[in-house]
Design a protein around this ligand. Structure first.
Ligand code: ADP
Length: 366
C-alpha cells in the first residue's frame, strides 16, 4: 500500500494545451479513489502522470514521502489496467496470467503458485486452460485485472476498465473489483466518466472539469453537499433539477414561480437582486403537499416513464422542465396539472454567476 500526495500538479502538453491545473490531493494508504468527469477533463492525463507514462510539467508528486516526479515507472510499484484488455489471443488464461512473471525469469513453481492464487481471487480457476476467444467480455476483463494483480504492487491504476462490457457485466465487475480491492488492499485510482461507477465503488471521488478539481469527497458528501452547479448536475441520475431565477424581495422569481428563500438561506439580503439557481433532486419531492416546511410547486405532466420500482415524471414549471421520481402506484396522469412539495431540507440555492452553492442552503442536508 502507498500514500500519495499531489502538490499543485500541472500538465501542459508540448502543443501548449494545459490539460491539468493545480491538482492537489492526498490519498491514504489503501484508499479507493475515483477520478470522474466528462471526456477530455484530464482524468487519464492525471493517471498517466501517476504511472510515470507522462511527464509532470510542474508541482510535486510524492509516493510514501519521496518525490516521485522523476522516478521510473518500474520503481513506482504500480500496476495498470486499461480499457482494452489486450490479452494474448494465442495464449491460455494460465499463460496470459503467467506471461509477465515468465519474462522476469521467475521459477515455474512460484509462477504456478501465484497464478493459482490469483485465479482463485478472480474466480478463474475453471478457465485456466481456455483461450481468450472462449471467454465472455467480463471474464477477459478479469484476466486483465489478474495480470496486473499477480505482480505485488502498492498502487493499482485503472482507466475505464469496464467500458467494453455490457450493462449487466459492468454491474457484476463493479462489485468484483471492490471485493478484490478489499482483499488486496492496494491504493487504487480508478478513472471513469460514469458517475454511477464512481458512486458505487469509491471511498472518495474526485470530480474534474476542464482539468480542474471541482470537489473531492465521499459519495455521500458529493450527493448531499454538492458545492457547485457542475457537481450538483453531474452526480445523480436522473440529474438534479435546476430552476433559474432572480432574487426579488427575498423570493426566487421565475416564470410561473415565486418561492420565499428565507427558510433555506440565512442571509437573503446578501443575495437580493442576484441571478440564482434553485435546485432539488428528483426523488426529494412528495406528491403529498399537506406537510409543513416545504415549498409547494404547481406543474403539469409532459410524460411519465414507469421503471418498475419508481416512475419518472417529466413535468413543466412555467417554461422549465423537471424530472420527478414518484411512487408508481400514485402517478399523475399525462397532461394533468398537479402540485408537488419540495421539503426545505432538500432544496439548494446556487449563485448563477460564481456557480457556487449559497453555503447556508447546504447546512440542512444531513
Ligand atoms: P479524459 O481522460 O478525462 O478523457 P485526457 O486526460 O485524456 O481526458 O485529456 C485531457 C485533455 O488533454 C483533452 O482535451 C485532450 O485532447 C488533451 N490531450 C491529451 N493528450 C494530449 C497530447 N498528447 N497532446 C495534446 N493534448 C492532449
Amino acid at each position: 500500500m502507498s500514500h500519495l500526495i499531489f502538490k499543485n500538479i500541472n500538465k501542459v502538453y508540448p502543443n501548449g494545451f494545459h490539460a491539468v491545473h493545480d491538482f492537489n490531493l492526498e490519498i491514504q494508504d489503501g484508499e479507493f479513489i475515483c477520478l470522474v468527469g466528462s471526456s477530455g477533463c484530464g482524468k487519464s492525463t492525471t493517471l498517466r502522470m501517476v504511472a510515470g507514462l507522462e511527464d509532470i510539467t510542474s508541482g510535486e508528486f510524492i509516493i510514501d514521502g519521496k518525490v516521485a516526479n522523476q522516478m521510473s515507472a518500474r520503481d513506482r510499484g504500480i500496476a495498470m489496467v486499461f480499457q482494452s484488455y489486450a490479452l494474448y489471443p494465442h495464449l491460455t488464461v494460465y499463460e496470459n496470467l503467467a506471461f509477465g512473471l515468465t519474462l522476469e525469469g521467475i521459477d515455474a513453481d512460484i509462477i504456478e503458485e501465484k497464478v493459482t492464487a490469483t485465479a482463485k481471487i478472480l474466480g478463474l480457476t475453471d478457465y485456466l486452460e481456455r483461450f481468450p476467444r472462449n471467454l465472455s467480455g467480463g471474464q477477459c476483463q478479469r484476466v486483465a485485472v489478474g495480470r496486473a494483480l499477480i505482480r505485488k504492487v502498492n498502487i493499482f491504476l485503472m482507466d475505464e476498465p469496464l467500458s467494453n462490457l455490457d450493462a449487466k457485466q459492468r454491474v457484476t465487475m463493479r462489485s468484483e473489483i471492490k471485493q478484490i480491492h478489499r482483499s488486496v488492499g492496494a491504493t487504487t485510482i480508478y478513472v471513469t466518466h460514469d458517475q454511477t461507477e464512481a458512486m458505487t465503488m469509491s471511498d472518495r471521488i474526485v470530480v474534474m472539469k476542464d482539468g480542474r478539481i471541482q470537489q473531492v469527497g465521499t459519495p455521500y458528501d458529493l450527493y448531499f453537499h454538492p458545492r457547485n452547479l457542475f457537481v450538483a448536475g453531474f452526480i445523480g441520475e436522473p440529474p438534479m433539477n435546476f430552476i433559474n431565477g432572480k432574487v426579488e424581495g427575498g423570493k426566487l422569481v421565475a416564470e410561473g414561480i415565486s418561492l420565499d428563500l428565507a427558510p433555506i438561506v440565512d442571509d437573503v439580503k446578501a443575495i437580493e437582486g442576484k441571478e440564482v439557481v434553485f435546485a432539488f433532486r428528483p426523488e426529494a419531492i412528495s406528491l403529498d403537499t399537506s406537510g409543513k416546511d416545504c415549498y409547494v410547486i404547481d406543474s403539469s405532466v409532459d410524460l411519465t416513464e414507469l421503471l418498475g420500482d419508481t416512475t419518472n415524471v417529466y413535468a413543466n414549471i412555467g417554461d422549465v422542465n423537471v424530472i420527478l421520481k414518484v411512487n408508481p402506484h400514485n402517478t399523475p396522469e399525462m397532461g394533468a396539472q398537479f402540485k408537488f412539495a419540495v421539503p426545505y431540507h432538500a432544496a439548494y440555492v446556487y449563485d448563477k454567476e460564481t456557480e457556487l452553492v449559497v453555503e447556508s442552503s447546504l447546512e440542512r442536508h444531513s
